[in-house]
Design a protein. Sequence first.
Length: 308
Amino acid sequence: MPAFTPTELAERLGSGLLSFPVTHFSRDLAFDEPAYRENIVRLGQYEIAGLFAAGGTGEFFSLTPQEVGTVVRAAVGSAPKGTPILAPAGHGTAQAVELACEAEAAGADGLLLFPPYLTEASADGLTAHVRAVCDSTSLGVVLYSRANAVYTADTVATLADTCSNLIGFKDGVGDLEEITRIHSHLGDRLVYIGGLPTAETLALPYMELGVTTYSSAIFNFLPEFALTFYSAVRAGDRTKVRRLLGDVVLPYTTIRDRKAGYAVSIVKAGMDLAGHPAGPVRPPLTDLDDAERELLADVIEASRTAIA
């Protein structure tokens, strides 16, 4: 049995900061399980509401189904007791169902349902896709609205009515009006998660719309800064949030935006610069060059000054 019921998991996720650990690779791009396990232990020592194994920052899109299972089992086996581990499900419906079942068998506490890759789908098709995954597991399921799976308020409301273990909505689009519609329809039926590539940028306005948490990629290599920022958001300290945005987050996003795919690459570079190397990214992603790493090192130094 999972450590958390779907309702308990939703409450836990909404109570604090979330993060997506990177997936560690060796130089030959094989999964480095010992290093990954060590990192999960490190991250789990902080006050975190949940860790998402093999997620977007964890390069889910580059992992084979067998590797996803290995990563999830490693996370479940290494996380401190009481730290929820959510596993990914995605691609076509059959594979998403298979991943969901394997995640439950591996001891994961919940699921993040990624968009199907490449293929666009109608609202009816996405509804059937989500229902199939929810019906295949007793775990709580969080929808990830992004790319070719952008869920409207009506679709989310329909799914919430028919899928009792649908517990959350992660927004990777940044459409504040649609988030307002969804929250207006459903209120506290779901936990709402900010899921933009650098979610800190919209954390304060999202909080005012009922989005009480977000996934922090920065937490991977700057956990103290990420938690300080989150505390300021939860406290409604606009002055502090704006200062931390200006000093650290926005300069970070400037580097992130230099190339497509850098939302993941910059995190792995940050891990290396912070003394927690996680190896390279897998193709088709590319790593930061030396000049970009120097810029990121300046951001890391600024973060330490900002919270001193």
